[in-house]
Design a protein around this ligand. Structure first.
Ligand SMILES: C[S@@+](CC[C@H](N)C(=O)[O-])C[C@H]1O[C@@H](n2cnc3c(N)ncnc32)[C@H](O)[C@@H]1O
Length: 304
C-alpha cells in the first residue's frame, strides 16, 4: 500500500486540501444562533413549531434549529430529491423526511410551516416548486432562514476550476491510452507512467486532481490490484464517480445562478428581508449569504 501512496506523495509535495479549505464556519454558526434565537423569542414555548428543511441532505439546517431551540417542541419535516436521512438528538424534536421517491408527494400534503430553513438547498429546487412551497405551505407569519450560494462566491469559482481539472483528467488522451493497457495488463511500470501523467495534470490544474481525491482513488486501485495479484485493474468506478461529481458541481453553479431569481421571487410573494450577512473565509472571500425573511402580511398566527 505504502508503495503507491509514497510514489504519489514523493512526486506531489503540495497536495491541495480540497474545494475550499478555510471556511468561516464559526460565523455561520453564530448567524444560525442569532436567527434561531430571535425566532424562538416570538414563539410560545407551549406551541408546537412546524419546521420545514428544504433540500435537507443530512439535516445541517434542522440540526442548528434543534440546537438553539432545545426546549421547544418541534416537528421537523425534511425534503430532498435524493435519498437522505437524519435524526435529531432531542426527544422534543420529531423528524419526518420526504426524500427520493417520496419527494413529490410532500407537495400534495395540506401542511403549513412556521419556520422554513435551508442550508445550500432551496436554490436547487425549481422556482415553480419554491413558489408553490412558499405560497401554499406557510403560516402567514412564517420566518425563513436560508444560507444560500452566491454566483460570485469562492465556492462557485472553485467549482468552475474543479470542473475544468476533472475534465482535464477525464479527457486526457495519454491517460486513456495507458488505461487501455492497465485494464488488460496491469504492470508496475505502466502504473508509474499513469501516476506521472496524473501528476502533470495535477500541476497544470493547481493541485485540484489531488484536492478532489482522484489521485488517492487511483492509488487505491493500484494497491488493490497488487494485493489481489490481479493482472488487470479497472477505471470504470473512478470515471463514473468523477462524471457524477462534475454533474453535482454543475448543479451547484446553476443553483448559485438561480439564487438571484429566488430573491426576486421572495420579494414578489411578499417576503421582506429581515437580515442579510455575508459568510466569508478567513481571508475575506465570500462563501455564501445568510438571510432571514419575514412575511409582510400581518395576519394573526393560525395554529393547526
Ligand atoms: C449542497 S447539498 C446541501 C444539503 C444540506 N442542506 C446540507 O447543508 O448539507 C444540496 C442538496 O440539495 C438536494 N437537491 C438537489 N437538487 C434538488 C432538487 N431539484 N429538489 C430537491 N432537492 C434537491 C441534494 O440532494 C442535496 O441534498
Amino acid at each position: 500500500m505504502e508503495y503507491w501512496n509514497s510514489y504519489w506523495n514523493d512526486n506531489n509535495k503540495d497536495t491541495c486540501l480540497g474545494n475550499v479549505s478555510d471556511l468561516g464556519m464559526s460565523d455561520l454558526y453564530s448567524f444560525w444562533k442569532k436567527a434561531v434565537s430571535s425566532f424562538s423569542e416570538q414563539v410560545n414555548v407551549k406551541y408546537k413549531v412546524e419546521c420545514l428543511d428544504i433540500a435537507c441532505g443530512n439535516g445541517v439546517a434542522s440540526k442548528q434549529v434543534s440546537r438553539f431551540m432545545p426546549q421547544q417542541a418541534i416537528d421537523f419535516t425534511g425534503i430532498d430529491r435524493a435519498n437522505v436521512e437524519f435524526v435529531l438528538d432531542n426527544q422534543k424534536h420529531d423528524v419526518k423526511i420526504f426524500s427520493g421517491e417520496k419527494f413529490n408527494s410532500f407537495f400534495k400534503l395540506p401542511r403549513k410551516f412556521d419556520l422554513v430553513v435551508s442550508n445550500f438547498g432551496i436554490e436547487y429546487l425549481s422556482l415553480e416548486e419554491t413558489e408553490r412551497l412558499l405560497t401554499e405551505h406557510l403560516h402567514s407569519k412564517a420566518t425563513l432562514i436560508f444560507n444560500i450560494h452566491d454566483e460570485s462566491s469562492i465556492v462557485s469559482k472553485s467549482s468552475i476550476e474543479e470542473i475544468q481539472a476533472v475534465n482535464a483528467f477525464l479527457n486526457d488522451e495519454r491517460l486513456k491510452c495507458l488505461e487501455k493497457y492497465l485494464v488488460s495488463h496491469f504492470q508496475t511500470e505502466t502504473a508509474k507512467q499513469y501516476l506521472t501523467r496524473l501528476s502533470e495534470i495535477n500541476d497544470e490544474n493547481e493541485q485540484r486532481i489531488a484536492g478532489c481525491g482522484i489521485s488517492d482513488f487511483v492509488v487505491r486501485e493500484f494497491v488493490q490490484c497488487q494485493k489481489d495479484k490481479r493482472t488487470f485493474c479497472s477505471f470504470s468506478n473512478i470515471r463514473k464517480t468523477y462524471n457524477d461529481y462534475i454533474s453535482r458541481l454543475g448543479d451547484q453553479i446553476s443553483s448559485a445562478k438561480k439564487a438571484k431569481e429566488l430573491l426576486t421571487l421572495l420579494a414578489e410573494i411578499d417576503f421582506q428581508e429581515h437580515s442579510s450577512e455575508a459568510i466569508k473565509t478567513s481571508s475575506g472571500e465570500l462563501i455564501s449569504v445568510f438571510k432571514v425573511f419575514i412575511n409582510k402580511r400581518n395576519f394573526s398566527h393560525t395554529q393547526t
